[in-house]
Design a protein around this ligand. Structure first.
Ligand SMILES: Cc1cc2nc3c(=O)[nH]c(=O)nc-3n(C[C@H](O)[C@H](O)[C@H](O)COP(=O)(O)OP(=O)(O)OC[C@H]3O[C@@H](n4cnc5c(N)ncnc54)[C@H](O)[C@@H]3O)c2cc1C
Length: 286
């Protein structure tokens, strides 16, 4: 299959890219790693008038630790995230989630910003963004906006980013030293998108236990499983509380049935994987 005709632009700066998107009035698409966009073009499921290639904008790539948080440029490759010492030390949940993303060649091209902007409900990064209460920076002709996960993800493959806005940076609060983490998922074959995935983290600060849980693949957007977190925060990390939290997680999601799995199956997976992820995260916490 060949894509339909499109104009091609390779800007060198964020401002230039934003101006190009605005010039096409909603009919241009940013091209990041191309791992989702190029198949969509080839199948003619997307027919933009122009592609604005972000691969020659150095300001969009790189991982920095600033003021207790880690800032990842939107064009940072998933492979760079996987092997970053900063991510390994400060965001082990993100490092573990990355190993579930497709296969090595996909991660070599695919970007963190592309994955989040694409908003596939089964993708790992949106769940990590949600669990860690991260934000993304969007830049458009009117300036910059900082969005939480709840403000960004609207429904399947849809975000609140305007057609003339670029996602420029992903910001994640560094996990405290001694935090435990786990990303558990189920897919039919290694490298496939998750049927359901669960991001979990926990840590103690000043004697208080904090638990973070979010789902992928269990509804149109990632779901923060606050009601399940509260059970373990209140009752402690014992087995009964983990079992109760896992059962609560299954009540908090609203999955749809599709060709891959029924809604009931996804709900059951949410319960099983939440239990596994919580136990692993608790076991890893210092
Ligand atoms: C076989 C296969 C298996 C895969 N398995 C998984 C998996 O298990 N988990 C997973 O999460 N992903 C998986 N993917 C998808 C992969 O991770 C992609 O990298 C990701 O979905 C898109 O990132 P990209 O950088 O390639 O973006 P692109 O494909 O270039 O873009 C995707 C969309 O986002 C928009 N976009 C990109 N960057 C920006 C930006 N900075 N600002 C605004 N809009 C932007 C584009 O216009 C496009 O609409 C798989 C892909 C393949 C081909």
């Amino acid at each position: 299959m060949k894509p339909p005709k499109f104009d091609y632009h390779a800007p060198r700066s964020i401002d230039e890219a934003v101006a190009l998107l605005a010039r096409y009035g909603g009919d241009a698409k940013p091209l990041a790693g191309g791992q989702s966009l190029v198949p969509l073009l080839n199948f003619r499921l997307a027919r933009p008038a122009a592609l604005v290639d972000l691969n020659r904008i150095p300001a969009l790539a790189g991982i920095r630790e600033v003021d207790g948080r880690v800032a990842l440029g939107a064009m940072t490759r998933q492979r760079a995230v996987e092997f970053s010492p900063v991510v390994a030390r400060r965001l082990p949940l993100l490092a573990e989630a990355t190993r579930w993303v497709g296969h090595l060649p996909i991660r070599s091209r695919g970007t963190i910003g592309g994955s989040i902007a694409h908003a596939d409900p089964s993708a790992e990064y949106p769940a990590v963004l949600t669990a860690l209460e991260g934000t993304v920076v969007a830049r458009g002709p009117k300036g910059e906006r900082v969005l939480t996960s709840a403000e960004l993800f609207e429904t399947y493959l849809t975000t609140t980013l305007g057609p003339d806005e670029l996602l420029t940076e992903v910001r994640l609060p560094a996990m405290p030293p001694g935090a435990g983490w786990a990303f558990e998922e189920f897919a039919r074959r290694h490298g496939d998108f998750a049927i359901v995935g669960i991001a979990a983290a926990c840590w103690r600060e000043g004697g208080r236990l904090t638990v973070r849980l979010a789902s992928a693949g269990a509804g149109p957007v990632p779901v923060r499983l606050r009601g399940a977190e509260e059970i373990v925060e209140r009752d402690g990390p014992g087995d009964a509380a983990v079992t109760a939290a896992a059962a609560r997680a299954a009540e908090l999601v609203q999955p749809d049935s599709d060709i891959h799995a029924s809604a009931d199956y996804r709900r059951n997976l949410t319960r099983v994987l939440t239990g596994r992820a919580l136990r692993k995260a608790i076991g890893r916490a210092a």
